[in-house]
Design a protein around this ligand. Structure first.
Ligand SMILES: Nc1ncnc2c1ncn2[C@@H]1O[C@H](COP(=O)(O)OP(=O)(O)OP(=O)(O)O)[C@@H](O)[C@H]1O
Ligand SMILES: [Mg+2]
Ligand SMILES: [Zn+2]
Length: 384
């Protein structure tokens, strides 16, 4: 693979974007009505499309096909109803290559933006070189220093008509209220598991490789709502193996806690069979499964069971990040444990995780925790 997957498959149009429907609708409506604002703030978790949407918006604003609008020179069409950039005109091409002179991308994380914002203050007054607008995308906005924020604030308070600012951040609470109130804010959401699986499926088909649905679900579940993370993991899996890829390869390559394994341990626990639980753990460790991963996996699985046993409505929530097979088994286990059992077990396993980092035998703390749990709750476990 010549290109990193997540760059290669960065959506080139709004309709290729997965999730974030509310944002796409609002932005395309603004584009169609030629009412794009001057300052946007894109907030939300990593790898969910903030930079992607910022570039899509930039491209749609400067695309040659976006309408003449009485400005003349180079711009074609009526403008009304225009929402998707053509991806071929000189402006689109330059943006796709990352070299449009009127699109400035600033990474506030690199040197906290001091020089960049100073330069921005100067350059924003000057007319665009080639396009009708000058666009500034500021990534990791929350990393700007206070002087940089102040300089930026002055600029976005009175932006020249040709300027468009798109600020992106993963930490909205670190962006000053003064900046927030002068921008139009969009909250990006984590992407639900089925949609991540769908996207991975498209990529797998385009790359002409064979990866099982179960493997894609595992990847999506581990990515925890971030498409970029999912695509990076898929890339890792593809790089490591030839031929068809299934769940087992994926678990091994990514060093994941095997959910089937974790569920088997929970099954043994629900039947109060500590001997079996310990046998499963040791068998796994002897096959090279990381005991720390396994302990962490069990803790997070018990948490999922706890959620389900508290309120069945939380099932919907779980289905956003986990596959149906996983949730069905978890539901079965939720019926097999009492919430009190889970609330006493979980802290003990978390303690075991801490101990495991210092233990000469990494699976020992987990084994001890399970034995202690069984000794403390013999009756309720037996009654089940
Ligand atoms: N909503 C999405 N639909 C399709 N692909 C996406 C989406 N979000 C992210 N991706 C994929 O992940 C990559 C990274 O996305 P992007 O740079 O837009 O994330 P981000 O939200 O800006 O993350 P960060 O906060 O880490 O900067 C994209 O190139 C694309 O391959
Ligand atoms: Mg980004
Ligand atoms: Zn174009």
């Amino acid at each position: 693979m010549a290109l990193v997957l997540y760059r290669k498959y960065r959506p080139k149009s709004f309709n290729e974007l997965v999730g974030q429907e509310h944002i796409v609708t609002t932005l395309t409506n603004a584009l169609a009505a030629n009412r794009v604002g001057h300052a946007y703030l894109f907030a939300g978790p990593r790898g969910t499309g903030k930079t992607t949407v910022a570039r899509l918006l930039a491209k749609a604003v400067v695309c040659e096909e976006s309408g003449d609008r009485g400005q003349g020179t180079g711009y074609r069409g009526q403008g009304a109803g225009f929402t998707e950039a053509c991806n071929v005109c000189i402006h689109c091409a330059a943006i796709l290559e990352g070299k449009h002179p009127d699109l400035v991308e600033i990474d506030a994380a690199s040197n906290r933006g001091i020089d960049e914002i100073r330069q921005l203050k100067e350059s924003v007054r000057v007319a665009p070189m080639q396009a009708r607008m000058k666009i500034y995308i500021i990534d990791e906005t929350h990393m700007l220093t206070e002087p940089a924020f102040n300089a930026l604030l002055k600029t976005i308070e009175e932006p020249p008509a040709h300027a468009l600012f798109i600020l992106a951040t993963t930490e909205i609470n670190k962006v000053p209220a003064t900046i927030q109130s002068r921008t139009q804010r969009f909250d990006f959401k984590t992407i639900p598991l089925p949609q991540i699986v769908g996207r991975l499926g498209t990529i797998v088909a385009a790359e002409q490789v064979k990866v099982s649905l179960e493997a894609l679900e595992l990847i999506a579940q581990t990515a925890d709502g971030s498409i970029r993370d999912a695509e990076s993991m898929l890339e890792q899996v593809l790089a490591f193996s030839q031929g068809a890829i299934g769940a087992q390869e994926t678990i091994a390559i990514l060093g994941l806690a095997d959910t089937a394994l974790v569920q088997a341990i929970a099954e043994a626990l629900s039947k109060k069979d500590s001997g079996k639980a310990i046998a499963i753990i040791n068998d796994a460790v002897s096959r090279g499964v990381d005991a720390l991963h396994l302990t962490a996996g069990l803790a997070s699985y018990l948490r999922d069971i706890l959620l389900l046993s508290i309120d069945p409505k939380l099932k919907e929530l779980l289905l956003r990040r986990a596959s149906t097979t996983y949730v069905d088994t978890a539901q079965k286990h939720a019926n097999a444990f009492l919430p009190e059992e889970l609330t006493t077990m979980i802290p003990q396993i978390i303690d075991a995780l801490e101990l495991a980092k210092r233990s000469p035998v990494p699976q020992l703390p987990l084994e001890l925790a399970l034995i202690t749990i069984m000794q403390k709750h013999p009756v309720s476990f037996n009654e089940k």
